[in-house]
Design a protein around this ligand. Sequence first.
Ligand code: CMC
Length: 421
Amino acid sequence: MSSAKFVYEGKEIDLPVITGSMGEVGVDISKLRSSTGAITMDLGYGNTGSCQSEIAFIDGEKGVLLYRGYPIEEMVGASFLDISYMLIYGQLPSQDQLTKFRKDLDRHQLIPENMKKILEGYPNTAHPMAILSSMVSSLSAYHPDTPEEVENNIVRLMAKLPTICAFSYKQSVGQPHIYPRSDLTFAGNFLHMMFATPCEPYQVDPVLEEALNMLLILHADHEQNCSTSTVRMVGSSGANLFASIAAGVCALWGPLHGGANQEVIEMLEMIQDDGANYQKYVDMAKDKKSGFRLFGFGHRVYKNFDPRARILKVQADKVLERLGINDPLLEIAQALEEVALKDSYFVERSLYPNVDFYSGIIYRAMGIPTNMFTVMFALGRLPGWIAQWRELHNESSKRICRPRQIYTGEPKRAFVPLDQR
Ligand code: CMC
């Protein structure tokens, strides 16, 4: 094993170097503080490895994304359940394993009937991500957190999340909840619960079904991003699956993370309403004082095209064409991308479109409202979160996540009682 040398105030220590299966190198600093008294500072954790994981690999310089070794481009034609099984359990399922997985999920699709009362308590204006996080957390009130139930709870959560997402949408539009159907695919069933009504038969459109299946797969995992790290952080305290994933949902909600897909569409609408002046918005994004960022652009890890965005750009065109939809926002997005990619500010900083740039255009074409976009991201990310939580849960050497800090407050001083201030 190779090592790195760390020298501080005359003390020199050897730090072991860990090499991953794709050649990534990490310096193990776990003995740094006990040997030198120093800690590392890494704002935003851009250089910090928080775990070793077998689930996903990203090469940000080359624009590569692998789930358990399989390239994202080769998986988009598979079924979301196939990919979910592989992420969670570690290998591609046989036909029998997939059939059993499917049957297990079918049995658990319903949410406890009285959970609907919780849903009904929310105002129609509630953001669906607020509902989603609390409903996921509420599942732990219904399903016990015992060691024997861990694997069952994984299946329960995979099965119930689409029902929760679709029910919360129905609630927001004042329509009756539509119960799940076991004869449909994961994507088909979700569309059915979202768009069917009790008044007329609903036929799942195969174009939408295929597009949703692809979108779910593209979002299924992305190694140690903010929400996944949150799931692991919360899980490291011993918190149950539902509580850990509810925390991940909250982390995803932020506009710099999964919430960016909603922001992108709102930004494109703003540009459209403002006469489609792309250059003005590119200039605003470059001006730090404006407080405006080009949503759907830039990524902590990708310094090249996000491979998911590459796929989505082509698919957005195709899906809209197959549906016969002409969405002016697609044209604005394409033009904005072209302007930004030629601009030296974006070129120098390696800012490319990310997964959120084109996904919203497809969700819109499906009839999914803008405030549900981040819920769609969560639905896709669920198998990844579960896989990451399960990997951590099964580790024998796990430790609670507990970063250190450099304190910059007042030095020790005497407390002043209230009557002496
Ligand atoms: N528009 C304008 N400038 C940007 C943008 C942007 N979208 N993204 C980064 N920059 C600039 C940033 O101001 C900084 O400039 P300088 O070096 O002059 O200070 C430089 O590029 C590096 O950016 P950073 O903020 O240090 O990068 P980060 O790794 O901390 O942040 C990011 C990554 C994704 C939060 C950021 O690129 C961003 O805010 N993008 C817009 C929001 C977005 O689309 N988020 C979705 C991310 S992908 C899916 C997901 O994770 O959910």
